[in-house]
Design a binder for this molecule. Structure first.
Ligand code: ATP
Ligand code: MG
Length: 205
């Protein structure tokens, strides 16, 4: 199988996540995009993260109508924060003989050196780095040459790093939370079912 992984806090999931997943799924003819919500304890210092169960439910709602988009419990099942390197090793066991590509925005990829055992990550998976307006692509970290990703990219068997400059979705969960806190309208950035769920549970009021 060809599996794309999109890990995130998804607080809440928005159309930028879906656009990134779609672009990568098409480019590599992916069988499954696995959305992996992180488990984060609700008492993180910087801000209170919404319960993993609410975040998980919103990802389920947003991806329900996309055949290839699956939702993975691999991190929330642990009931504690996990590092990507551990998740990837577990995925290799669970899906033996699969080809993996890890989706990350340029904002995340910029900080890859701070990820646990980041050098090993480049052996465990390919990366699809998706443009996030305001964050330039870093070309100086990967041990391999960066290949431009587009609709007809042929994935190599060896792990590679692909950059997708064409995704241009200037939206973040932070902006959505701020907008909703102000009593504003976020419908242009999120799926209607997610909006309904947020209203029902008064998540960002
Ligand atoms: P927050 O503002 O709370 O950090 P976020 O919008 O960055 O939320 P995350 O759940 O942190 O969403 O992101 C998960 C992954 O999706 C990260 O790799 C991130 O870079 C990527 N991503 C999020 N939004 C976009 C976007 N608009 N375009 C491309 N990639 C995105
Ligand atoms: Mg983020």
């Amino acid at each position: 199988m060809r599996i794309a992984i999109l890990g995130g806090t998804f607080d809440p999931i928005h159309n930028g996540h879906l656009a990134a997943a779609q672009a990568v799924a098409e480019a590599f003819d992916i069988d499954e995009v696995q959305f992996i919500p992180t488990f984060l304890p609700p008492h993180k210092p910087a801000r209170t993260v919404t319960s993993p169960f609410h975040r998980f439910a919103m990802v389920a709602l947003a991806t329900a109508n996309f055949e290839r988009f699956k939702l993975s419990t691999i991190e929330v099942d642990c009931l504690e924060a996990r590092y990507s390197v551990h998740t990837l090793k577990l995925m290799h066991k669970r899906y033996a003989d699969s080809w993996f590509v890890f989706i990350a925005g340029t904002d995340m990829y910029e900080q890859i050196e701070s990820w646990k055992e980041y050098r090993e990550l480049f052996d465990l998976t390919s990366f699809a780095v998706v443009n996030r307006p305001g964050f330039a692509m870093r070309g100086d970290v990967a041990p391999v040459e960066i290949v431009e990703g587009h609709a007809k990219t042929r994935p190599r068997a060896q792990p590679g790093v692909y950059y997708f400059p064409t995704v241009e979705c200037d939206i973040s969960s932070t902006k959505i939370r701020e907008e909703l806190r102000r009593g504003g309208d976020a419908r242009r950035w999120i799926q209607p079912t997610v909006q309904a769920y947020i209203n029902k549970h008064k998540l960002y009021a």
